[in-house]
Design a binder for this molecule. Structure first.
Ligand code: GAL
Length: 836
């Protein structure tokens, strides 16, 4: 018995340092390889060696972002635009054992993304360097693996040369890592490409292109079986073929499956099928590969805009950078899901991945939740925007990076359009004289073109040629989706437009030019790739609300306002942008505009326009960095959620007696709204045809205000706000009261400072200290204040306009997480999150 126990313990310990089989990516060959890494901030070239002693290094699980753990400093080389957090060089090491019994298999390591300039070593052997911090990449480990013994994987990450980004990038292995053990005969990495042809209500024809690798030393006679299952796992179609692939050969096979009465993927019902691809040798399955897939039809039309499954759909989208607020760039599926849930609740139906390849988890969630995604490749091409950015690598790497992105992502039903660049400087007319050296021309432009074709294109500028090259590459890899680019030069003379290669014209801002699009770009469809750039601090109001603050006054001149805040009345925006209501009016009233992606859904770290230090995160979000909606959120909800009765009255009701206060209400599904101050009516207001809010200017007196919306005389909704007294207590509201015990799941706890009667204290700034016991820890704290220099990784946070946030993460144990929150003079708050 004792012996058996010891054996079991031994097996458990061994399993612990083996590849974890527990969590696999949808394509089930990939095992989660994120546990138990050693990390050191700093550079040491010897760290790649297997005999290097890393005993003193920190132990952690990936994904990891070391910058988010740092201090904000004015002199950090990222600058405030990059979030004023540290950069540097860091090393990661992981020891692992692969079963001797697996000898003969291929071993592959895949990184979803490492920021940036990563160099990967296995057992001291250098596998390669990948500069682009947002691209997914992998290496074959097989030739260097010691079977049944310890192997050492080491990764050097170099984000020392900054600025290299216009926003916060994060530092480190900030996305997931996967290990695959493959039979030498297998589906290639990202080796399936599914397209739907002849889709109707009654049927669809799926074309499956499967790329198979025979890396064995013999020819392989195999059976390739592709099975289509519906959401319930029922097989609804199948294709099977036998073929022989010569040794050492990569081969693409075409199969076809017909589906009767296909369920279509839509925003409301994002229906997902799965295609299970099996490779069988002598009747035995040697590889299995899953491709989730959605069947839908769509087009971008020059007159009618975006059509999905035959129905006109306005793209009500937002741009999103990749950071997850106080969690930094470190990918966490629940954190991304929460962002998407908050946006979906607003009625948002589109995400633009600004301005780089996103985490695969974001796309998987968009597939499942129903978002229209614009997948974007680059923020710059050859011309740099910051001193050390990707332009340095563009010539050498753009073909590889662009190809890898498209091949990785082209099965996602949520992706509807590719963007090959954001505001690349090559668009400008003064770039028409650009020339290339013969070597560069060869490297950058000649991709896949015969001398003949080049001669025909001879009339084009270098930058138009480059546009055409990139667009052609995308269309060759994915003929099913259009290509656009986010252009802030709306003139048709723009080199990107003049290439003729963009299927959809994309404007960033320039609302004044929207009306001219049908004339300037006849027959072309149009989308507002980026819009608004409104500036708002949650909870801050500058009156009178009908005066505009267009900040900064000049983009090239430092801007200063002592408040370091921006008003929440939709009366503050960047000069290149517009009020939210302004752009919304154009987009709503013009069918030819397919939709817009508003800058931005959430605040993000970095780019604190209009301010400089100590501001360190953006003011652009509809939702603040902590995930708390700003008032403007309800403008969109009232417009985009006709299924929900919306009434949002703001601001709060804590002012100086005698002060004139502008009260606004966003509402829908009603004819009118009446406002009461301490029971006395202040009048009934209704929105005009092109209005989005109603307003009252009233004299402040303590007490309460109440808005009542009515339709046909019947009350639709009511909202009351009372003057809050002194802060007295803390309320904790977890967004999830039960989470899973996977060591990764999160509960986001909203912390509110209330008076003794339970009213939110809208100006409270109490410093709240958290204590956590049992099955979890604090993953981060925030309050949405773009000027706070408090650390994100801490056990306390000051409230900002009455609120802050603590993020709890499971530590791998089950049971519950017990949280308490205390602040001087306040009754403490408590919450329990169950973990199972
Ligand atoms: C745009 C740019 C975005 C962001 C935004 C701020 O021009 O594409 O990345 O910088 O301005 O308003």
């Amino acid at each position: 018995m004792k012996k058996l126990l010891l054996l079991l313990i031994g097996a458990f310990l061994l399993a612990g340092c083996r590849v974890s089989e527990e969590r696999a990516r949808n394509n089930r060959r990939q095992q989660d390889f994120t546990a138990d890494w050693a990390f050191c901030l700093g550079d040491d070239t010897l760290a790649a060696r297997p005999d290097y002693n890393d005993a003193a290094w920190r132990r952690l699980n990936l994904p990891h972002d070391w910058a988010i753990e740092g201090e904000f400093e004015q002199n950090n080389p990222s600058g405030t635009s990059g979030g004023a957090l540290p950069g540097g060089v860091g090393w990661y090491r992981k020891t692992f054992v692969v079963d001797k019994a697996d000898k003969g298999k291929l071993l592959r390591i895949d990184f979803d993304g490492v920021y940036m300039n990563s160099t990967v070593y296995i057992n001291g052997h250098k596998l390669g360097t990948r500069p682009y911090g947002y691209i997914s990449f992998g290496y074959d480990l097989t030739p260097y693996i010691k079977w049944g013994e310890k192997n050492l994987l080491a990764v050097r990450v170099d984000n020392a040369e900054q600025p290299n980004s216009r926003w916060y990038s994060g530092c480190g292995i900030y996305r997931n890592v996967w290990l695959s053990k493959l039979h030498p005969v297998h589906v290639a990495q990202w080796g399936t490409f599914v397209t739907a042809e002849e889709v109707s209500k009654n049927s669809a024809r799926l074309l499956l292109r499967t790329t198979l690798d025979n890396e064995s030393d013999a020819d392989a006679a195999l059976e390739l079986v592709s099975e289509l299952t519906d959401e319930n796992g029922v097989v609804v179609g199948k294709a099977s073929d036998t073929l022989t692939i010569a040794k050492g050969i990569r081969h693409e096979t075409l199969q076809e499956i017909s589906v009767a009465d296909p369920e279509l993927w839509s925003i409301e019902r994002p229906y997902l099928y799965n295609i299970k691809t099996e490779v069988r040798l002598a009747g035995k399955t040697v590889d299995t590969y899953d491709t989730p897939y959605g069947i839908r039809t769509f087009c971008f039309d020059a007159e009618k805009g975006f059509i999905l499954n035959g129905k006109q759909v306005k793209i009500n989208g937002v741009c999103m950078h990749h950071d997850l607020g106080c969690l930094g760039a470190a990918v966490n599926t629940r954190a991304i899901e929460r962002q998407l849930e908050i946006l979906k609740e607003m009625g948002c139906n589109g995400i633009r991945c600004a301005h780089n390849p996103p985490a695969p988890e974001l796309l998987e969630l968009c597939d499942r939740m129903g978002f229209i995604v614009m997948d974007e490749t680059f923020d710059m091409w050859r011309k740099k925007k910051t001193a050390y950015d990707y332009s340095r690598y563009f010539n050498e790497w753009h073909e590889r990076d662009l190809t890898d992105l498209i091949v990785r992502d082209r099965n996602h039903p949520s992706i509807f359009i590719w963007s090959i660049g954001n505001e690349v400087l090559e668009q400008w007319t003064d770039a028409k004289a650009d020339t290339l050296s013969p070597e560069e021309a060869n490297l950058v432009l000649n991709f896949g073109r015969s001398p003949d074709m080049l001669a025909r294109e001879g009339e084009m500028s270098v930058n138009s040629l480059l546009t055409k090259k990139l667009a052609d590459m995308v269309k060759k890899l994915d003929p099913t989706r259009p290509v656009t680019a986010g252009c802030n030069e709306p003139n048709p003379y723009n080199h990107l437009f003049r290439s003729g290669a963009l299927d959809v014209i994309g404007f960033n801002y320039h609302d004044d030019w929207f009306a001219g699009v049908p004339r300037n770009f006849p027959g072309k469809s149009f989308i507002v790739t980026e819009s608004v750039s409104g500036l708002m601090t949650r909870g801050y109001y500058r009156m009178p609300s009908d005066s505009m603050y267009i900040w900064p006054e000049r983009w090239d001149k430092p801007f200063y306002d002592a408040s370091f805040s921006c008003s929440s009345y939709d009366n503050c925006h960047a000069p290149w942008g517009n009020r939210h209501e302004g752009t919304l009016r154009h987009v709503k009233n013009n069918d030819f505009i397919s939709g817009q992606y508003i800058w931005t859904g959430f605040d993000y770290i970095g780019e604190p326009t209009p301010y400089g230090w100590p501001a360190r995160s953006s003011y652009f979000g509809i939702v603040d960095l902590a995930g708390f909606p700003k008032d403007i959120y309800y403008l969109y909800q009232s417009e985009w959620r006709p299924d929900k009765n919306v009434l949002h009255l703001f601001p709060h009701w804590n002012w100086t007696p005698g002060q004139d206060i502008d009260l606004w209400a966003y509402y829908n599904n009603a004819d009118e709204v009446e406002l009461f101050v301490n029971g006395a009516s202040q009048g009934v207001r209704s929105k005009g045809k092109d209005d989005f809010h109603v307003m009252w200017r009233v004299r402040y007196e303590p007490g309460s205000i109440k808005a009542v919306s009515r339709k046909g005389g019947k009350v639709v909704a009511e909202q009351e706000i009372s003057t809050a007294g002194e802060p007295a207590q803390i309320r904790l509201a977890p967004d999830k009261s039960t989470i899973s015990a996977d060591g990764k799941d999160l509960s986001f706890v909203t912390v509110e400072i209330l008076d003794k009667d339970g009213n939110l204290c809208p100006n409270a700034e109490n410093d709240v200290t958290f204590a956590v016991a049992d099955a979890g820890f604090i993953a981060g704290v925030d309050n949405g204040n773009p000027v706070s220099l408090e650390k994100f990784k801490a056990n306390h946070r000051k409230a900002f306009y009455g609120k802050c946030l603590v993020v709890l993460q499971n530590n791998g144990q089950s049971g519950s997480i017990r949280l308490t929150a205390a602040a001087d003079g306040l009754k403490q708050g408590a919450a329990v999150v169950k973990v199972n």
